[in-house]
Structures are given as C-alpha cells and as structure tokens.
Design a protein around this ligand. Structure first.
Ligand code: PEP
Ligand code: MG
Length: 758
C-alpha cells in the first residue's frame, strides 16, 4: 500500500497543473481501490459550494458544471462534519441529493473523506460503487491516508492554477493571494526576483529565456562539460570496475544524448524557457517516471538522473553569475524557497522592497534581520509556487503575512494608501528621536537596539537608540566564506563600537547552530535547536572563542563601551568556563602591550533551565538579558522556524509571561541589572508588560523603536502595572494580547500596532 500511495503522490506532484493533477488523482484512486467511481469536489470558498473538478466513472460533461452547496448532499455532509462518511446505500440516505448530470443514480456504496490542508477544508474525495455494501476498514484507511497526503499537493496545484490564471491576466482575472506569517512589518510593492542556492535543482525558478539561441548554446556547453567529466571519471575507474559497472557510464552518456534528455531540454528552451528552468522540468519528469517503475533497479536510476541534472546546473550557474548583479530591478521583491541572511546581502539595499520565503517563520533569523533593516517580509508561504513568480508584480503585506501576485489596480491602490499611512506615522514619530522614553509619571526606560550589520547600526542611531543591547556577531560571520581573521573581526567590531560610542554596545559571542549555519562550518543534526548551538560550540572550540574575545577587546581600546554577552547558557559551568577564557583573552591582550578595560560580561536567559538559576547565574556576571525568542520556543516546545507550528509560537502565552516575570523578580532580589533583547521587547504591547514587570532596559529592532517609545511616553508606569496584574490572571495567549492591545487603543495608541487601527 505504501508503494501505491507514494507513487500516486509523486505522479500528482509532477502534474503540470491542477486539472492534470486531479485527473491523476481520480484515475489512480479508482484503479487502486477497484471502485467504479472516483471523484474530487473542490470547495470554492467565495461561492461556498463544492464543485465537481474531476471524475473517473461519472459523466465527464458534469466536470466543472455541477456543484453542491456547503451543506448540501453527502459531499456537503462530509465537508461540514470534516470526517469520513461511509454509506451502504447512498440514494436511500436522507441527505442524498441527486445530480442528474452526473449519472450517479446507479451507484449505491459511497465513501467520502474531507481533504484538509492546515485546517482549511479544500474539498472532498469520493469513491462509489454500484453494489450495496459498506467499504471496509482498509479501504477507509487508504482513502484517508491518500487524502491527507494529497491535501498539500492539491493546495500547491491550486495555487499554481491561480498564478497561471494571473499570468494570462485579463481585466477580469483575479489576483492570486498566498498566506504566510508576518516576518517584518510594512508593505512592499515590486517585481519578484526568485533566487535559489547553487546546485539546488529543485528550487530553480521558471523564467523566460531572453535570447533563445544563446540559452541553447549555454546549455550545450554545459552538456559537453558534463560528458567530458563522466568520461574522465570512467577512464580513471576503468581499471577497478567490472565491465557491467563500466557500462553504467555509457548509460549516463546515453541519457545525455542529443536525442534523449538533452533534446527535450532544448525543445523546452525553444518554447521560451530559460535553460535552468527547462532542465529542472525535464529532469523532474524523468525522475517521476523512474520512481514509479516497479523494478527496484530502474527506480534507483532516478537518483542518477537527479545527479546528472545537478551537474549540468552547476555548469549553467557558472555562466550565470556574471549577469547576477544586473538582475535586480529597482523595486525588487526577493523570493526564495529558503531565504538566508547571506542572500539579503546580495541585493543592493536601495532596490529591495520586500522579501518572501517559502520556509521559515517570523522568528527565523532572516526575519529578524529583515526587521532590523526595515524590509517588509512574509515568511512560511508554504503553498506559493515560488518557481513561477519570477518577474511578476507582487505585493508583500508584512503586517498580516500575505502576498499577492498580479494585483488588481484597486488592491494596489489600497496598499499604496497603507504604505503612505505608515510613512506619515514614521514621519510623525521622527520628532521623538532625541526625546527619552519616559512615562507620564516620570519613569525612565532606556530603549536600545539589536544590530547585526553596520547598516542597521547606522539606521539605529538615526532612530534615537541609546545603546546596543544585542549585536549578533554571527551575522558578519555568515557573510563570509571562511572564519574572519582577528584583524577582520576587530575592524567590524570597531565600526559598531565607534558608531555608538560613548553609548554601550553589547556584543554577543558567536551564536551559530540552530538555523544559523556558516557555509564553511556546516553542522548537520537531527535536532539542531537542541544541539550544538551558541556557547556549546564556542566552548568546544576555545581557539575561536579566544580569537573573537581578543578582537572585541582590541576593538574597544579607547572607547571602553564594550559589553560581552554569552548565548544559550544552560548551566553555571558554561559561564565559569567562558569567564575563564575571557579573563585569559584579556590577560593575553595586555601581554601584547594593549591596555584595555575589562568589559562587563552578561548571560542570556533563553533556555528554561536558566530561568530557574537566575541567582546562581546572576552572581557570576554583571548583567542578565533575556532572549525571549528562544525562551518562547523552548518553553512552548515550538520550533521558531517551522511555519506549521508558527501559530502556536506566542510570547503572550501565560507560561512565557510567568517565566519573564519570575526572571525579573529574581534578578531584582540579587540586585542584578535585568534587560531583554528578544523580539517581544519591540512589540508595543509586549514592551508595556515588560516595563511593568521590572525590566530595566528593552533592546529591540530599530524599526519598532519609535513606536515603542511613543507608547511608553503615552502611558504611566502605574497604569502598566495594573494592566499587568489583570493579564497575569488570564489563561489564554490570544486573549492576553487582545486585552493589552485594546487597552492601548482605548488611550489612543492603537496606531502603533499596525495600519488600520485607531
Ligand atoms: C533570542 O533568542 O531572543 C535572541 C535575542 O537571540 P536570537 O534571536 O539571535 O536567537
Ligand atoms: Mg537566542
């Protein structure tokens, strides 16, 4: 059964559009279940009806023509109950609705299961038979499994359909909309540029060839090079391989033959595709065919085809790089299967209007960077057919986590208005730049920023930041292709320190692992967020740690505004070891004749274990700073990077608030300065609660700082404390957030929480 399921899903995934995909679904299910009818009804949410979209067994003329209301007929019953319905004699059922066009009256046995994707009802899958009988348990299980697996594929195909319709847009065709998670607030309107990592065939976008002949030549050159490589590998191995193994090399060469794969790619290029896109399509078709073969040996050839595809792509990419700089439009919306911090660096910042990532969530590091840079971003748009977006007009709604392709004039105008509204708000807030964040009852709350790049350091100064609460040193490491040397690090750190001097800059020691990979230091783990991360890596590599600390110390000579902070601490021994190394680095720096003050050292509280050891940790260091991004992820057991569980990630969760409150109280008890540098601090509603809990400094992304400042200046500490007492009694994260937002709205500060609020 598993093989049948897998092969159906593969075949459906490879289908060119929704209609082809659904035809495969019904044909294959009917055959696999030996039923007489198999049909798919898709739910049209606008019309609130189930439309028969494909069938094998019913009248073909009915496809696209007949439909049922949302609770009409047995299909409506399956949909409204969102569960399987298995009926021996359908026409005798009180809910049965006879659709004359389908010719279904002769069928008695009915089995229907809902197709649900991310809680959204997409439609209903039905099988029918003439015989009066109940489908048995194994048949039920098969259809339920099939439906669960197909839901994502159908959602994807449906979205692709939207794009295809939009691409041939007429005045009447509607734009396509895709949902993701808000990554960085703001509205971006521009043209999509899809980028993809080197040698990753699956994520190559579709584009039109600019010059068909040149594209064919580029492909043929790549093909020649791959043939040459294969021959030379074959020759090198010829002494060690048996003749039948050597024959494999001939098989590869034949596959690349002008009459086989090579010819098909060229045909697609002649039809207008660019070479990498044509290659991806053909290779995927081949892989699909091979993977469906019953013979195990032939099935394995799919891997060979993939390998050949990647090799050809690598040569194609060699010739592409030259053109890359010019590929960015003046209003680029960067789209990728998985955006990485390094990709952001590729586009000139003045051309970047928005970001879209299929993978990741609001708490991914690339989203955090985007917020620091003020670029509207939508993350985790899992259903978007990103490969087809290149060159299309897109609207990125970073407030609500939506993107639109090919927007109508009316929609574009609406978004242009929101853009203007935000611009005006920011201009209004500019006058607060040099004003302190002080409540109306006179409580002063320093607001600092989080930085990673020199551009956001400069931007932060413009926004009136009083210091840096978190400088993510791993960001410059990610932009390189090897570890930066001590001198290189020293220069980068000096820029940060000098930009803010005499105000303090808190430099966090290298925090890699989790979702922050260095291309030159790969860490492959099953559970990266619970693995080798942050201080765990650097304590295992004291040579890296010492080098970094020395670079920081030397960079601070004469400025003396450096603070050092340790990430991912889960036990006191890590702090003891790190302090030992920091003292050693300081002593060695002085031995080099460089006189530098010993900086303050702090610990990040971002692992639940640390929450319960505030006193022990605090007594060892000069300050504590909460990393609420990781603390939320670990307390709630919700991967901050996973779009599937993004809805569960919420720092207003009562458990998170209780932990945050406890940390502040325990730190107060030992008189240790306590601050926070997670994204929660940059949320105006979160900031009010944190102030009331006793956090003495909030560090946030520069984009949100003016809004948080405006909110702090608009409330009293007493008011915030009362509100905190009220919400600490509540048990639901959404209710807590709504309560705080409503309270702010009531006193006229709703505008700070996004457009359209008063
Ligand atoms: C955090 O975890 O809250 C934090 C500030 O660090 P990062 O987001 O870089 O993990
Ligand atoms: Mg963290």
């Amino acid at each position: 059964m598993l093989d049948t399921l897998r092969s159906i899903v593969q075949e459906v995934s490879a289908a060119s559009d929704l209609s082809a995909a659904l035809k495969v679904v019904v044909t294959r299910i009917r055959n696999a279940m030996h039923s007489e009818v198999s049909s798919v009804y898709l739910y049209d949410a606008d019309a609130k009806r189930y439309v028969l979209m494909a069938t094998k067994g019913l009248n073909q003329n009915a496809v696209g023509q007949v439909s049922l209301g949302s609770s009409e007929g047995l299909v409506g019953l399956v949909g409204s109950r969102e569960e399987l319905v298995n009926i021996e004699d359908a026409p005798a059922h009180p809910r049965y609705v006879y659709l004359a066009e389908t010719g279904e009256e002769k069928y008695h046995a009915f089995l229907g299961v809902p197709i649900i994707h991310h809680r959204r009802l997409m439609g209903v899958l039905v099988v029918q038979q003439q015989e009066r009988r109940k489908f048995d348990e194994s048949e039920e299980a098969f259809l339920v499994t099939m439906s669960a697996q197909l839901a994502g594929v159908i959602a994807h195909a449906e979205a692709t359909g939207n794009i295809a319709a939009a691409a041939t847009a007429t005045a009447t065709s509607k734009e396509a909309r895709f949902l993701g998670a808000p990554g960085s607030p703001g509205v971006g309107i521009g043209q999509a540029v899809v980028i993809y990592p080197a040698a990753d065939l699956a994520s190559v976008p579709d584009k039109l060839a600019e010059d068909i002949e040149a594209e064919i030549e580029r492909f043929e050159t790549a093909l020649i090079k791959v043939r040459r490589d294969i021959r030379s590998v074959g020759q090198k191995l010829s002494a060690d391989l048996r003749p039948e193994e050597m024959a494999l090399f001939d098989v590869y060469l034949n596959m690349l033959d002008d009459r086989a794969l090579g010819a098909e790619v060229i045909t697609k290029i002649r039809l207008g595709a660019w070479a990498p896109g044509a290659l991806r399509q053909v290779v995927q078709q081949y892989i699909g065919h091979f993977e469906q073969m019953d013979d195990a040996y032939l099935r394995e050839r799919a891997a060979d085809i993939r390998d050949l595809g990647v090799r050809i792509l690598a040569y194609l990419q060699e010739t592409e790089e030259l053109g890359q700089v010019t590929r960015y439009h003046d209003n680029t919306i960067l789209v990728s299967q998985e955006l990485t911090p390094a990709m952001l660096g590729e586009v000139p910042i003045d051309k970047l209007r928005g970001l879209v990532s299929v993978q990741g969530s609001s708490n991914s590091h690339v989203a955090i960077l985007a917020r620091a840079m003020g670029i509207p971003t939508v993350m985790g748009v899992v259903d978007v057919p990103y490969a087809q977006l290149d060159g299309l007009e897109l609207i990125v709604d970073g407030y609500r986590g939506k993107i639109y392709s090919q927007p109508s004039d009316q929609l574009r105008e609406e978004y242009e208005n929101i853009y203007q509204e935000e611009l005006i708000l920011n201009q209004d807030l500019e006058c607060l730049r040099d004003e302190p964040a002080i409540t109306i009852d006179g409580y002063r709350l320093p607001l600092w920023v989080n930085t990673g790049l020199i551009t956001d350091a400069l931007r932060s100064r413009e926004r009136g930041a009083e210091g840096v609460g978190l400088y993510r040193t791993e960001v410059p490491f990610m932009m390189k292709d090897r570890f930066p040397s001590e001198t290189e690090q020293q220069e980068i750190y000096r820029q940060q320190l000098a930009t803010f001097a005499p105000n303090p800059v808190t430099m966090r020691t290298l925090d890699i692992g989790g979702d922050k990979a260095l291309p030159y230091f790969p860490i492959q783990e099953e559970n990266p967020f619970l693995g080798w991360r942050g201080i765990r890596v650097t304590l295992d590599h004291p040579e890296l740690f010492l080098l970094q600390i020395k670079a920081m110390l030397k960079a601070s000579v004469g400025l003396n505004n450096l603070r050092i902070m340790l990430p991912m601490v889960s036990s006191v021994s890590e702090v003891d070891e790190a302090l030992h190394l920091i003292y050693r680095a300081h002593a060695e720096t002085e031995e080099e004749g460089i006189v530098v003050n010993m900086p303050e050292v702090g610990v990040m509280i971002e692992v639940p274990a640390a929450v319960y050891q505030i006193v022990d940790l605090g007594q060892r260091v000069d300050f504590l700073s909460v990393g609420s991004n990781d603390l939320t992820q670990y307390l709630l057991a919700v991967d901050r990077n996973n779009p599937r569980v993004a809805d569960l990630y919420n720092s207003f969760h009562p458990a998170v608030l209780t932990a945050l409150y406890k940390i502040a109280q325990d730190a107060k008890a030992i008189n240790k300065p306590i601050s926070i540098c997670g994204e929660f601090a940059g949320n105006p509603a979160g900031a009010v609660l944190l102030m009331a809990m006793g956090y003495e400094m909030l560090s946030m992304n520069a984009a949100n700082l003016p809004k948080v400042k405006s909110v702090i200046r608009g409330v009293s500490l007493e008011w915030a404390q009362k509100l905190l007492a009220e919400v600490m009694q509540l048990e639901n994260a959404h209710v807590i957030a709504a309560t705080v937002e409503l309270a702010l709205e009531k006193i006229g500060l709703g505008r700070m929480m996004g457009p359209g609020r008063s």
